[in-house]
Design a protein around this ligand. Structure first.
Ligand code: GLA
Length: 378
């Protein structure tokens, strides 16, 4: 059997997921494909086409240890599923990823989701789309060691072609919101990935926790910034160092922007949607401080271009991609202009992907899977 799980682009709602807030991502047409076949023993044998490497381990949780390479994703999933009480059979997995690595388009969430589905299926378990993202996130948090929120794994599971996903990361309730007609999602990769990014991500996470902890002196019982309104933040500003105040202000204002953006999407009001994107970018740049000169440049170049309704950095930040809402008719021309303008300004050739929204994880007919997985020997 073959499972396909897509990458994602986040339209708005950045650094809100691990604060119990709202996000509005969509799946895009790059996927991770995992072909799986059960084995008689309890071995997990995983081949990566991208890394041209085969690794193996025993599925027992006790035998699985992180090694800080790509195989931590599939082994992390096996570890979490065992910890959660599943008895896994052995399996052969063949993995092919087409999501650009390190661009912030959730290649790791996609492999986690596809492998979770493949291992559950091989061992005869039901695939529950509310639980798969939780297992996948746990693999990343507790085995791989990255403190991400649930957005990427959730949308990779539950996204739908033609829609964005409005997700409440506290309750995990979600709504599919039809995407704009005649608009393409153009993802522009700055081709930079600042090395300190992962440490900074974790430090933002800690700063938000510190904000909650300090504010709880005045707002007893709060557990996340989701429970703090702007007026409360202003009222108790003196409890917070300036940096923490700004981090909190980003999260709280972003949480207000997401439902407004989703409402604009429902109404087909792309101007209002674009305004929320611009506000989000400014807040990420100035208050949360996760943008960088290359991302700001990419947004500025895009914003001057006719036919662009919204542009902002997307994902964790410190490099990676911007997301742009562009009229279908000019999307290719936009791509060409940005390629040359960004290159002229930085000397780097950006990767630009003109995308549409796509479908969340699915089991694909074996023929489609086979042609996508040339060389799978099982
Ligand atoms: C990364 C994480 C997500 C989310 C974003 C920022 O993509 O994986 O969980 O926190 O950053 O919004």
């Amino acid at each position: 059997m073959v499972f396909r799980a897509p990458g994602r682009v986040n339209l708005i709602g950045e650094h809100t997921d691990y604060n119990g807030g709202f996000v509005l991502p969509a799946c895009i047409g790059f996927s991770c494909w995992v072909a799986a076949a059960p084995r008689e023993d309890r071995k997990l044998v995983v081949h990566s086409e991208n890394f041209n490497e085969t690794v193996e381990a025993c599925t027992d949780a006790n035998h699985l240890r992180p090694t800080r390479k790509w195989s931590d994703y599939p082994f992390g999933v096996a570890w979490v599923l065992q910890e959660a009480g599943h008895l896994l059979r052995g399996a052969n997995l063949y993995v092919r990823g087409e999501i650009p690595l390190g661009a912030g388009l959730s290649s790791s969430a996609a492999i986690e989701v596809a492998v979770t589905c493949a291992l559950l299926h091989c061992s005869g378990y039901e695939i529950d789309r509310t639980k798969v993202p939780i297992y996948s996130q746990r693999a990343e948090n507790d085995f791989v060691g990255a403190r991400c929120g649930i957005m990427d794994q959730f949308v990779s599971c539950n996204g739908r072609a033609g829609h964005a996903v409005l997700l409440d990361c506290r309750s995990l309730e979600y709504r599919l919101v039809p995407f704009f007609d005649d608009i393409r999602l153009v993802v522009c990769n700055t081709m930079v990935k600042h090395a300190h990014g992962e440490g900074e991500y974790n430090s933002r996470h800690r700063e938000c926790e510190e904000g909650v902890q300090r504010l709880s002196a005045a707002l007893p019982g709060i557990r996340s910034l989701r429970e703090v309104a702007m007026r409360d933040l202003e009222k108790h500003r003196d409890l917070l160092p300036e940096v923490i105040y700004r981090r909190c202000r980003h999260v709280i204002t972003e949480n207000e922007r997401v439902p407004r953006a989703a409402a604009a999407l429902c109404e087909g009001n792309i101007t209002a949607f674009g305004e929320r994107m611009a506000e989000s970018h400014s807040s990420l740049r100035d208050d949360f401080q996760v943008s960088c000169p290359e991302l700001d440049l990419m947004v500025n170049l895009a914003s001057k271009h006719p036919g662009v309704h919204g542009s902002r950095m997307t994902g964790g930040g410190f490099g990676g991609c911007t997301v742009n809402l562009v009229n279908r008719a000019v999307a290719d021309e936009f791509k060409r202009s940005i390629e040359s303008e960004y290159h002229a300004a930085t000397g780097r050739h950006p990767d630009i992907f003109v995308c549409d929204t796509s479908q969340g994880v699915e089991r694909v007919p074996i023929d489609a899977g086979e042609s996508a997985l040339r060389g799978f020997a099982q």
